[in-house]
Design a protein around this ligand. Structure first.
Ligand code: GLU
Length: 475
């Protein structure tokens, strides 16, 4: 049976990924999602998904769809149906009322003005700003009849709260720093702090793997868990693993200026899902010097104890060069299917598949791959770009006329024969083959970069090649 990192429990592992719909799936979030998912898969447990959609303005259907789409694209399939936090408000309130009934929470009738006054007094006295427990031991009958109230948890007044974090190690906080925070607002809605922990417990989560920006919340969430332990069964402390955030290559917190932040942006940049999967995996986790891991290898090898404590740095160049490697490893027909829509309706998947071994040798992303393949489907007269047009000057055209004559006479349209033919001509002229290839490439592709010139000739075939050459050749 799977067990937790602290080795003490024999509970089957249950992790959760709990993104908030913000309109995009942040790569940092996707990485903690990946870690949660891998941890569960590695330990033969369950990986659950919870959509934290309590912010009604931001949680549109579209914003939620972006999360599902991003996870599916990365190949992270979660177990069971996703939990939608907004649908569980009644249960959240129920827990608050149970804590109230058990004396672990209390009603606070402070008005907004009173709270402002409290804060100002604390500020003036240079005390920490926190709720001072005014209603903690007061009888609600002291409040005016019908006055609105919030429900606050009664946190311990002394001692400390300790977390043995699976990534951060032992972390603790003096309980005096944890004030009696709000569980249920005056309108009966749960606070984030309450909702998260009730959902985690009801989902049976044994491991909470998330960004270390939530470490402070963990100390508070633990108070709710401890307070509920005598009230309901199943409120076991989970193992926490707070993963350091991703930083940019300059060491600052990752932001827009370091490059795209959304998973969808990477897809649109022509990054393969396996590249992003592997890249995110390697941000903060490693296994010796190994650079690339298949999904199966990642599941077999991943464990939380190899997640580093220091922030990891996002390096776009590295990601793109890794993407080039993955493109070269990818199946040709699959790549052809991926780039055909980028080329347009004229693209022919069968021809792309055939051409793929030569097309994919250089591309770092699918967009580059598509633009490198576009020449295959151009119609005559070819659109010649500016740089290519410069190669089709008088000399270039004259040379093309010669080449045309030689190739018309070539009966064997294969790469070795074409190569032998043009090499002989280059030698006759006392020129490097590269010089000869320049106007030829311009005429055949309308561009100055392309796969190897003999590959281009072979892929276009005799008839199309000669027609394109003749269209540019001088007379
Ligand atoms: N919804 C929170 C977020 O997107 C995560 C909450 C958690 O993991 O506890 O930052």
């Amino acid at each position: 049976m799977a067990s937790s990192v602290d080795g003490s429990a024999a509970r089957p592992v249950v992790t959760r990924f709990a993104p908030s719909p913000t309109g995009f799936l942040h790569i940092g979030n996707a990485r903690t999602g990946l870690f949660s998912w891998l941890y569960a898969r590695h330990h033969g447990g369950k990986a659950l998904l919870r959509i934290e959609d309590t912010d009604k303005a931001r949680s549109t259907q579209e914003a939620i769809a972006v999360i599902h789409e991003g996870l599916a694209w990365l190949g992270l399939e979660f177990d069971g149906e996703p939990v939608y936090q907004s649908q569980r408000a009644d249960r959240h309130a129920e827990v608050a009322y149970k804590l109230l009934a058990a004396g672990q929470a209390y009603k606070c009738f402070c008005t907004p003005e009173e709270l402002t006054e409290m804060r100002e007094a604390q500020r003036a006295a240079k005390q920490p700003i926190r709720y001072n427990g005014y209603w903690r031991d007061r009888d609600p009958s002291e409040a005016p009849a019908g006055a609105p109230f919030v429900i606050r948890i009664k946190t311990p007044e002394g001692g400390e709260t300790v977390i043995e974090d699976a990534v951060q190690g032992r972390v603790k906080v003096d309980n005096r720093e944890i004030d009696d925070f709000i569980l249920l607002r005056a309108d009966g809605s749960p606070t984030y702090m309450l909702a998260v922990v009730v959902d985690d417990m009801d989902m049976g989560c044994t491991h909470i793997i998330r960004g270390d920006d939530h470490l402070n919340n963990a100390f508070r969430q633990l108070q709710v868990i401890k307070a509920m332990q005598g009230i309901e069964p199943g409120w076991e402390e989970p193992v926490y693993a707070h993963v350091p955030l991703i930083h940019g290559s300059d060491g600052a917190k990752l932001s827009k200026r370091h490059g795209a932040l959304g998973v969808r942006d990477y897809r649109d940049m022509g990054v393969l899902p396996e590249t992003l999967f592997n890249y995110l995996l390697r941000l903060g986790w490693g296994h010796g010097d190994q650079e690339e891991f298949s999904k199966e290898e990642a599941i077999a090898l991943f464990d939380i104890d190899a997640v580093g404590k220091g922030p990891s740095r996002f390096d776009m160049k590295k990601l793109l060069s890794m993407n080039g490697n993955y493109i070269r490893k990818a199946d040709d027909a699959r790549l052809a299917g991926l780039i055909a829509p980028l080329i347009g309706p004229q693209a022919d998947v069968a021809l792309l598949t055939e051409a793929m071994p030569v097309l994919k040798t250089r591309a770092r992303d699918l967009n580059e791959l598509a633009s490198g393949a576009a020449f295959l489907f151009k119609t005559r007269p070819l659109n010649i770009d500016e740089a290519a047009a410069a190669l089709l000057d008088g000399d270039g055209r004259a040379r093309l006329a010669e080449i045309s004559a030689r190739l018309h006479g070539e009966s064997d349209w294969t790469i070795p024969a074409l190569e032998a033919n043009l090499k002989a001509y280059a030698e006759e002229l006392g020129l490097g083959l590269g010089k000869l290839a320049q106007p030829l490439r311009a005429a055949l592709t309308g561009q100055t970069t392309s796969p190897g010139i003999f590959d281009v000739l072979a892929l276009l075939g005799r008839e199309e090649s000669l027609a394109r050459i003749d269209a540019q050749a001088g007379s």
